[in-house]
Design a protein around this ligand. Structure first.
Ligand code: SF4
Length: 326
């Protein structure tokens, strides 16, 4: 078995406030293999973006990692000093956010931004770095890259800007790309192109991808495995086809609008009543129990860890007989 590229173990993220400490992530664990695309899905507030931000070392203050470990290619990165983490972020981990303008400086040409990133992380001369920048723009589908390299971000459309951001994220040949809702701000017609491009380029470079999205369509099209998050925890994780067609956790089943195969009488969960709990009011036991049609008495008191169910693992007492798995 290939060693994981990214290992997240027992990750705990807290946001201290005047009214107490909010627990945004609680004991989140997963890994990503080299070249693999892991989707992280859930409703707003589930903790998926916080997970991405913790991995790239860009948690919004006052958020802090309060427990657990993050390892990249075996090296622990959650406790690095800011300057070393900046190096990791440019060289080993690329980031793509929803709004391309977060990643691009409006005052510099896209070429300058690409060339500076390449020069900072790869041993190339200025002219070699410019060649690589043009090449990256070409690979990401920017027409006439020799001319467009000297233009400013505002001279590109939204879809083209996101292509530039992908080029920037890939500039230093990173091992891992963390992409947080990379296409949400774009036209539907452009979304599939950008996601397809991201996947192809990462496969070509052998880079692993963590794709954060609320869009199950994007997950189904793109990912090898998927982690479903709920209230700051992983509710279910497994191969994408298993999770979509045989969801093991009632929340996943509701999210898919699917028929849960684990259910003998094939009761249909058409929708999930209620809303994701606020961080200051996470229910005891299974955090999903107030919304779960299948909740049992123990669900109110005891928190389920991930348990084996078919090819997936789900944090749900319905699978207790299979035993708890890490
Ligand atoms: Fe529902 Fe209980 Fe499973 Fe939670 S542990 S998802 S409440 S059945």
């Amino acid at each position: 078995m290939t060693a994981p590229l990214l290992e997240v173990q027992g990750l705990r993220v807290e946001f201290p406030t005047r009214h107490g400490t909010l627990l945004a992530l609680d004991n989140v664990s997963f890994d990503i293999a080299p070249g693999e695309v892991l989707g992280v899905v859930g409703e707003s507030g589930a903790g998926k973006s916080v997970t991405g931000a913790a991995i790239i070392g860009l948690l919004d203050p006052p958020g802090r990692i309060a427990g657990g470990e993050i390892r990249l290619a075996g090296r622990r990165i959650d406790n690095l000093p800011p300057e070393q983490m900046r190096q990791v972020r440019g060289r080993e981990v690329g980031a793509i956010f929803q709004d391309p303008l977060t990643s691009l400086n409006p005052l510099y040409t896209v070429g300058r931004q690409l060339i500076e990133t390449i020069e900072a992380h790869l041993p190339l001369s200025r002219s070699e770095a410019r060649e690589r920048a043009i090449d990256l723009l070409r690979q990401t589908g920017i027409p006439a890259p020799e001319a467009r390299i000297d233009q400013y971000p505002h001279q590109f459309s939204g879809g083209m800007r996101q292509r530039v951001v992908i080029a920037l994220a890939l500039a230093a040949n990173p091992k891992l790309i963390v992409a947080d809702e990379p296409t949400t701000a774009l036209d539907v017609s452009i979304q599939a192109q950008i996601i397809g491009l991201l996947k192809t380029l990462c496969k070509e470079q052998g880079a692993a991808v963590m794709l954060v999205t609320h869009d199950m369509g994007v997950i189904a099209e793109t990912c090898d495995r998927v982690a479903v998050m709920y209230a700051g925890r992983v509710a279910e994780i497994g191969p994408v086809q298993s999770v979509i067609h045989q969801p093991a956790h009632p929340y996943t089943a509701g999210l898919m609008g699917a028929i849960p195969a684990m259910d003998e009488d094939r009761e249909r969960l058409l929708q999930i009543d209620g809303a994701m709990p606020r961080l200051n009011a996470i229910p005891s036991g299974c955090a999903f129990h107030p919304r779960c049609e299948r909740a049992m008495p123990q669900c109110h008191e005891q928190r389920p860890e991930l348990m084996l169910s078919g090819n997936s693992r789900a944090a749900c007492w319905l699978h207790a007989e299979a035993g708890v798995q890490r």
